[in-house]
Ligand binder design. Structure first.
Ligand code: SF4
Length: 166
């Protein structure tokens, strides 16, 4: 993993169906009080620019397609963090008629941050855990890249002047 990504993870946040409790705590992480920027965390609005996807809320039949779409737009390697109990299991919404459950029903989740809502310190801890996982994924993807064949370059033949030789 490049040092740029390790020291500056770009994070996109997707609210599936939350009560906004986790979202407020996540926004608090970005304020100077908890200061996620000291770890290089940059909050972006475009999944195409993001390394880490933060999911809050439970997954239902309507937002499952949007969540999958956001995830698919992110470049690989990428990491998903489920913030709170809702994206882990469905939480307090789990028994609703339209709720499928956690984010893991639709996309792979790498880090679960427990709580309802989790404290901002726990959220920051989850993001830093995600950066370490991202680093490992990056290293694996680089080692799996096949070596390109090395093209041999022959030296150009030196023209021989026969007259000089004699
Ligand atoms: S985990 Fe709790 S605070 Fe977070 S979205 Fe679910 S119900 Fe709200």
């Amino acid at each position: 993993m490049t040092k740029a990504i390790a020291r500056s993870p770009w994070v996109v946040h997707f609210n599936c169906n939350s009560c906004n409790g986790c979202d407020i705590e996540f926004v608090a992480c970005l304020t100077p009080i908890y200061d996620a920027e000291r770890f290089g965390v940059v909050h972006v609005g475009n999944p195409k620019h993001a390394d880490v996807l933060v999911v809050t809320g439970s997954v239902n039949h309507r937002n499952r397609h949007v969540l999958k779409n956001v995830y698919d737009q992110m470049p690989s390697p990428k990491v998903v963090v489920a913030m709170g109990v809702c994206p882990a299991t469905g939480g307090i919404f789990a028994d609703c008629y339209n709720v499928l459950g956690g984010a893991g029903k639709v996309i792979p989740v790498d880090v679960f941050v427990p709580g309802c809502p989790p404290r901002p310190e726990a959220m920051l801890d989850g993001i830093l855990e995600a950066v370490q996982i991202l680093s490992r994924k990056r290293a694996d993807s680089v080692s799996e890249t096949p070596d390109l064949p090395v093209k041999s370059v022959r030296p150009a033949p030196v023209p021989v002047n026969k007259e000089e030789k004699c």
